[in-house]
Design a protein around this ligand. Structure first.
Ligand SMILES: [Zn+2]
Length: 112
């Protein structure tokens, strides 16, 4: 099952936004086209979440905010044992959690 996580690209000025806005933050345009999130970026900050709902299989999940080279910030799960702020990471699309046996797909970051 191939899935993409997409950002909105303003058709007027090309500015990328994520999550999607109603108006382009740069030119206030209202027309967007979806662009798949991908490539590499820099880890801005990360946190470990321990108080997980029962449907999580793991004890905790590590979440990070990444400044992607494509120009947007994205939140995702870190698959890095000892994350370091400022580290280079690579974007993947993967399973971030499971709800009632259904896989939920989202962004996963690994070390470059
Ligand atoms: Zn724009």
């Amino acid at each position: 099952m191939a899935m993409n996580v997409e950002v909105a690209k303003c058709t007027k000025c090309g500015k990328l936004s994520y999550p999607t806005h109603f108006y382009c933050p740069s030119c206030h345009g209202t027309k967007f086209e979806p662009v798949p999130v991908g490539g590499e970026g820099r880890l801005l900050t990360w946190t470990r979440v321990y108080a997980l709902p029962l449907d999580y299989a793991q004890l905790y999940v590590t979440l990070g905010i990444v400044e992607l080279d494509m120009g947007v910030r994205a939140t995702g799960r870190l698959e890095i044992a000892e994350p370091k702020t400022g580290a280079r990471v690579r974007t993947h699309i993967g399973k971030v959690r499971e709800i009632n046996g259904k896989d939920i797909t989202g962004l996963v970051f690994t070390a470059v």
